[in-house]
Write a protein that binds this ligand. Sequence first.
Ligand code: HEM
Length: 266
Amino acid sequence: MRTVITKKLPLREMYVWELPVRIFHWVNAFCITFLIITGFIIAYPPAILSGTGAQQFGYWFGYLRFTHLTLGLILIINFLVRFYWFFAGNKFAKWNNYVPLTKRQWKGIFETVKVDVFLLTPKPIYDIGHNSLAATTYLGVFVLIIVQAVTGLAMWSAASEAPGAGLFQDFLFKAGGFFFLRHLHYMVMWLFILFIIAHVYLVFYHDYIERNGIASSIIGGWKFIDERLAKDYVNELNATEELDKKKHEIKELEKEVKETKAKHNG
Ligand code: HEM
């Protein structure tokens, strides 16, 4: 006789990723994928490799470079909006998730490395937002986006008379010249490729071991969180709200005392 096995813990549905985080994610994923494809063709132009004249191919290589530049500009604007959201977003989108400054974050990194890299245990990592290792990796991705933006704009400035290009031309010379920046830009592209392979694999691996709907969460925003963890979080939120209310009340009372004293003295 077949039996149905259910492994689910008591779970609570929680809205974790707000719309700006999800839009950032997919614009980012789209731009980076097509930047890699167009970047590869720019690095190894078929017209030159086949030994035929570029003119034979019409102006397609120009369109390709234009597409690469446009995607790069969209990536930069998208990142600037996300930068604002590091401060305006909810607890899981805030900047401090990505910078490992606390003991708890470092402990989380070691625990996740044991699961993800050494496969020592398929023990789930129960975090409501990003786990600490993922978040630290995203900090690396944000730095790589900045490096690609600066090196890309510096290379673009070499042949441009657009306003602002002069600024990047100075940088181009000071930072080691066109060839150095071109190599750096190319090597960072490979870091993005490695990141994407590891990232997509780990998202589905964690989806499987944690059974928390993490893969679909970046589309809809909702995750399924262990009831106990969700309760602790809600209690923490309520306690913070209560504390803020009390602080506000104390401030109002202090104001009243000051006014009464002023009246008395006057
Ligand atoms: C070019 C491809 C991709 C890139 C560059 C990329 C990059 C990123 C970055 C930078 C974040 C952090 C977002 C933030 O906190 O603002 C993130 C989170 C996330 N990504 Fe991707 N991503 C890619 C593809 C995918 C795909 C195909 C999936 C599959 C569902 C996926 C699922 C997720 C999930 C679930 C999270 C949040 C959960 C977590 O890891 O903590 N990503 N991704």
